[in-house]
Ligand binder design. Structure first.
Ligand SMILES: *Cc1c(COP(=O)(O)O)cnc(C)c1O
Length: 384
């Protein structure tokens, strides 16, 4: 499945009409990603992890195609509530919840929560009595790009005990969840986690707790500057096979973030300055680490650059526009000779980019254009 990618002409047409830097999202691609997951994991109910990209067009699209939402804060719930999305379509999947988050959950009808410590039980029970809770377990995965199992998840052998404590407090012990880590490049981590979950389901049943939901979290990968070293279809097929084998009758959920939005967005940035440094080329971009390239820092990401230019390659470093020396986007890569005003297209720029961007130093956030709207605009202008 290929990523959404503007052609040079399409990029130029947009850059003629909008100042860079800007992002372009293809909502058709969001839907394609969703459909692909539903095809290969047909039993999975999708909860989009909105932290990966919470812009309104994406949230509206995800809601329109029938997905649900993984929320982590009071603010995320407020955004969805203002869109008219009921709490029954949300899971509050932050293992530790704020007082305001729990108040919002109670008000908006969010009744599903994850937790990974005893200290959370009384908090949930006080604000949302009778809520359904899923215990988050820690899983092992060396092949994830972003580790989510140091800060999160209880040791599997303590999971049943936590569910019992929840039940004793009047909550409904409803399931088990895990997150193999973001950008996971192996089905094996999911397969092993499912084995561990099966044991927890069985142990819980022996104690009279019939668990209903298994939440396999997020983690599905997208291409980086080096491409995508796994075949997504076979990865999902392997997970599905294990689900069929171990959980034939359980309702299965997943919380994809990166996978849904990552490949659906292109960033267009321009060169605003050039320098020579020790025989290498340095290029200053109008977007940097404090903007949509925030993923370089927070997501440890290496973005692919498309220059639409041939010729001799030179050792090059690309930096952002701010007055901070940490603001280096890509260093010591081979790139064609570029000049001020040249555009660079960055595909796969949808996840953990704009979501964690700041306006440090007074640089505005990149605007987000919707490709399906712009494409039509362009055709209309061409006709008139
Ligand atoms: C961040 C997060 C996700 C999404 O992870 P991706 O790797 O982007 O798919 C899902 N669930 C939880 C609880 C998360 O914190």
């Amino acid at each position: 499945m290929s990523s959404f990618r503007l052609t040079q002409k399409e990029m130029k047409d947009l850059a003629d009409r909008f100042p860079t830097p800007f992002l372009v999202v293809s909502l058709d691609k969001i839907e394609e990603n969703y459909d692909f997951l539903r095809k290969y994991l047909p039993r999975v109910k999708v909860f989009y992890a909105m932290k990966s990209n919470p812009v309104m067009p994406i949230l509206q699209k995800v809601a329109a195609i029938g997905a649900n939402f993984d929320v982590a804060s009071a603010g995320e719930m407020e955004i969805l509530h203002s869109m008219g999305i009921p709490g029954s379509r949300m899971i509050y999947a932050n293992p530790v919840k704020t007082p305001r988050g729990l108040d919002n959950a109670a008000e908006f009808g969010v009744k599903r929560f994850t937790f990974d410590d005893e200290s959370e039980v009384a908090k949930i029970a006080a604000k949302v009595p009778g809520a359904e809770v899923l215990v988050r377990i820690r899983v092992v995965n060396q092949k994830a790009h972003v580790d989510l199992n140091t800060k999160f998840g209880v040791a599997p052998e303590r999971a049943v005990q936590l569910l019992q404590l929840a039940e004793a407090a009047g909550l409904k012990p409803a399931g088990v969840c895990f997150h193999v880590g973001s950008q996971s490049l192996a089905a094996g981590a999911y397969e092993e986690a499912l084995l561990v979950c099966r044991r927890i389901f069985d142990d819980a049943a022996l104690l009279g707790m019939q668990l209903r939901y298994l939440d396999i979290g997020g983690g599905f990968p997208v291409p980086s500057s080096k491409g995508l070293p796994v075949d997504l279809a076979s990865m999902m097929e392997a997970i599905n096979h294990q689900l069929e084998r171990l959980f034939p009758d359980t309702e299965i959920w997943a919380e994809p973030g990166r996978y849904i939005c990552g490949t659906a967005v292109n960033l267009v940035t321009s060169i605003i300055g050039t320098k020579e440094r020790n025989g290498a080329a340095w290029y200053v971009l109008d977007e940097g680490l404090y903007g949509s390239f925030s993923g370089v820092l927070f997501d440890h990401w290496d973005y692919e650059f498309e220059y639409f230019k041939g010729g001799r390659l030179r050792l090059s470093t690309f930096v952002g526009p701010s007055c901070d020396s940490i603001d280096v986007v890509r260093s010591d890569i081979m790139a064609p000779e570029l000049s001020i005003g040249d555009h660079i297209l960055v595909p796969n720029a949808g996840a953990y980019t704009l979501a964690s961007a700041t306006t440090f130093n007074g640089f505005a956030l990149a605007s987000m254009l919707v490709w399906e709207e712009q494409r039509n605009c362009r055709m209309e202008t061409a006709v008139s």
